[in-house]
Design a protein around this ligand. Sequence first.
Ligand code: ADP
Length: 298
Amino acid sequence: MNRVLVVGSINMDLVVETDEFPAPGETLLGRRFATYPGGKGANQAVAARRLGAQVAMLGCVGRDAFGRELSDRLAAEGIDLCHLRTDGEASTGVAAITVSRAENSIVVVPGANHRLSPDDVAAAGEAFAEADVVLCQLEIPLATVAAAAGLAQRHGKPFLLNPAPAASLPADLSERIALLTPNEHELAVLSAGAGDGTWQARLARRPGRVLMTRGADGAWFAGRDGQLHHQPAFRVTAVDTTGAGDTFNGALAAFWGRPLAELARLACAASALSVTRAGAQGGMPTRDQLASFLGEAL
Ligand code: ADP
């Protein structure tokens, strides 16, 4: 199985359920409170690990209770934390999520995630040397993402980028990306300035380099011949789609090395399983669960 290095964010999601959103200055009684480990980096690391990859995480937490709890949980998943830094000045990243009826309002405080620096990347050269594939997202500073892409290239390692949350990327970073995995909105933001058009046209401009997720429609990419390929989503009863994209990306890294159509199929299957259970990490399948869902050996 692949050795995956994830360079990314680690958050605690703090979820409050209420009947109404409070107005400014108002105090309400909520119904329920729960904490969930999150952050796209940590989620993707857990997804890849459950699918059997050896995973190392390069990230940063604060010197606080959430930082300790999150690192304990990652360690319990079997993720190598040799390159996890504890920062004495920032809090662990949190997402404060208020849920009322079917709506969310979210405040993200990146905290220590925004202190993961190009120097931290440079200090983790050994992890890049040992990895088969490097997986990154955009919840850490762009300069750090660029440094990770540069170091991956120097070590001759493929660099996968899930460009979420949406941002446009400098050209020298784009050139170093083996595979980009935007959703439709993120693809539009990435392509801004490159002439408008449909998502189909945007995919066709980057054959074999972009795999776009499209929720319950599945995933799309343009093959080297410029033809569009569609991997339909697997039919499941969706309970909670949080973490579907993270499971998708973790699966790509875990199975990296197979043809793109096969990667898309495996990633869609893994993410379909993930939406059948609550929580971002709660539904992420193991390799055995994925194999029995597909009815084949992996
Ligand atoms: P993001 O949350 O990052 O925008 P998507 O919503 O596109 O990600 O979901 C990522 C992948 O998860 C999709 O490509 C699809 O394979 C799978 N997926 C998402 N929602 C469903 C669903 N309702 N049923 C089955 N698969 C789903």
